[in-house]
Design a protein around this ligand. Sequence first.
Ligand SMILES: Cc1cc2nc3c(=O)[nH]c(=O)nc-3n(C[C@H](O)[C@H](O)[C@H](O)COP(=O)(O)O)c2cc1C
Length: 380
Amino acid sequence: MIAASISDYRELARRRLPRMFFEYIDGGSYDEVTLAANVAHMRALKLRQRVMCDVSKISTKATWFGREYPLPVALGPVGFAGAFARRGEVQAARAAKDVRVPFCLSTFGICGAEEVSAVAGDLLWYQLYMLKDRGFMEGLLHRVAALGVDVLMFTVDLPVAGTRYRDIRSGMNNPGAVGLLNRVMQGAVRPHWSYDVALRGQPLLFGNLVGAVKGAKQIDEFMPWIVANMDASVTWKDIAWVRERWKGKIVLKGVLDAEDAELALAQGVDGIVVSNHGGRQLDGVASSISVLPRIAERVDGRTTIFFDGGVRSGMDVLKALALGADGCLLGRAWALALAGAGQRGVAHVLELLRREMHVAMALTGIADVKDANSGIIDAA
Ligand SMILES: Cc1cc2nc3c(=O)[nH]c(=O)nc-3n(C[C@H](O)[C@H](O)[C@H](O)COP(=O)(O)O)c2cc1C
């Protein structure tokens, strides 16, 4: 199968990955109502076609934190990516670097910050959760800052972990001998993945956490530490704790309510991500795109607004920008492309986004993406 659209990579990923990793990427929490709504509400939005507007020179450039980027997108944090393709975070970061798009490394990435930094350079952003082990967090912040990382995505919509039924059914969450047997069997029917990723992609550990979990030699052995360390007591005052230890930009990821956007502003964050974690946390909350206009109106230009959830095309990026976002993060779009075709797949997704944005801008009559506003959305 030749991928023509971003969505085609879902099928390529399904064919290539052991079932549990495909379900892990593709799935959402509980009945996946919010996951479906993220995509459906985005699709339901209609762009207004306008003609005769001189769109001979199109600019998709975005400026965030005083720096210009060629596209208003970044690769958002996705855990485990090194299990989707060999040294997956490095492959994705290379594709992003080639077109000067930021790559945000998850704390739960397989490749550690140093390994990814070596390819991403100054396009590396870093994502962190609040952990109970503040000493470890502090060390990690120093370690990442020493690599020259300037943007910290502080994810706040995971004080407790949502339940994904698909991960239970696929055996992803199943430790012990039965789980191991299940995994071996799933790997056996995906020989390309087994050779390329499981064998040649070692070490399959959480590169950022090695050292925190003494003696851990398998990925399973990190899990008890991770579960025990997610800090459910996190409050707004903890932003000050992070601020004291992080001199770069802080972007709060997981804001879905205008009141919370206001509280985030009061803490002096440099940006927010309007996000419901791709429908992977609380099922039944609003789709990201449905709350974006409200939040943008409340923020009123006082901070940088990133958006994620259901972005599957350049048209979707344009819709989010029209409704108040300054930029979009990709989640499943890049993770499935990585799984389906490695670095080449991620590069193709970024090129598709660029081309789709060009067409969408030309036919909504805007030459500069910075001019995208609700006027290009069909309100009828
Ligand atoms: C497989 C997978 C792993 C993820 N891991 C993280 C993570 O480690 N940290 C984080 O802040 N968000 C994580 N997310 C959420 C994404 O950053 C993003 O918010 C979400 O995927 C956006 O929705 P979309 O996939 O519909 O574009 C993950 C998402 C997926 C699909």
